[in-house]
Unconditional design. Structure first.
Length: 291
């Protein structure tokens, strides 16, 4: 039997896969975890900057207004290119908010002190071997947060789909045969598309799961890589530990900047594609029926 240890091995994991509570569960603030705290900070930053950029808008935009207009216009054009101009007006508030919030959350987790200031075994002045219970934790490294984002995206997708094609239209779009074939061949094709429709329903149900786990897994893995590299020299004395915690993870910060951007793009892009696929009318099939 292995000896019991309260610490993590640096080669296995340096941070919990779950958020840590900042207060007793029985208290009023028992819901406040380290990831919820950062989520509120990120939300405050996004709202503050949006307010700052739109408070005194002018024809000749100031720097904050110009930067926000550039981001919104760029994102809106990308959404139009995927879901079309009609759906973009309805879907952009969701997709634009998701991209900005996820990106800021991912990059906020790379700031010094996020995930590294907390409680642990001391190795020297103002340093610990690993912050297993950090005071701050990026929200996208918490599965609860990514599930919340995925479920929100799923509900908006469902609303836009029903609004555009209706319940019956969604059933026909999912299970209905395509191609307009008649007779025995039409029955065979209908059976095939019925089976494909069942598979499609299953894939729709698990979309929130795949979206949330993909985002959580990539951000949590990057967090672990940085923590592991920071701890490689933890046994070399406080000076070596301090220098190693700065120099060794530095290259991985640049990689995580790219990963944070890519994960925000992938999450938003998949949501946009799901909306586009379910709100597109089968005009070709209707045309064949008229012929």
């Amino acid at each position: 039997m292995l000896p019991h240890s309260d610490s993590f091995s640096p080669l296995l994991a340096n941070v919990h896969s779950y958020a840590s509570g900042l207060f007793e569960e029985s208290s009023t603030l028992g819901f406040l975890t380290n990831s919820v705290l950062v989520a509120l900070v990120v939300l405050s930053i996004v709202l503050w900057f949006s307010r700052k950029a739109t408070k005194n808008m002018t024809l000749v935009p100031h720097k904050a207004q110009n930067f926000l207009e550039f981001i919104v216009e760029f994102l809106y054009n990308q959404v139009v290119g995927i879901v079309g101009a009609k759906q973009a007006k309805l879907a952009f508030p969701l997709l634009g908010t998701l991209f900005i919030y996820i990106l800021v959350s991912n990059w906020f987790g790379l700031l010094p002190g996020v995930g590294t200031i907390g409680w642990g075994n001391g190795t020297g002045p103002l340093s610990i071997d690993a912050a297993h219970d950090p005071l701050l934790r990026p929200p996208t490294a918490d599965l609860n947060a990514t599930i919340g984002l995925s479920v929100s995206a799923f509900l908006v997708w469902l609303f836009l789909t029903i609004k555009e094609i209706g319940v019956w239209g969604f059933i026909v779009h999912t299970f209905g045969p395509k191609g307009g074939l008649k007779g025995l061949m039409g029955i065979v094709v209908a059976a095939v598309f019925l089976f494909v429709g069942v598979i499609e329903v299953v894939s729709i149900i698990i979309r929130p799961v795949t979206l949330s786990i993909r985002l959580f897994g990539n951000i949590f893995a990057g967090e672990n890589v940085i923590h592991t590299m920071s701890d490689l020299m933890s046994k070399t004395g406080w000076l070596g530990s301090f220098l190693g915690s700065i120099a060794l993870p530095l290259p991985f910060y640049f990689m995580e900047l790219l990963v944070g951007l890519l994960q925000a793009i992938v999450f938003t892009l998949l949501c946009a594609v799901y909306i586009q696929l379910s709100t597109t009318h089968d005009d070709h099939g209707h045309a064949e029926e008229h012929h």
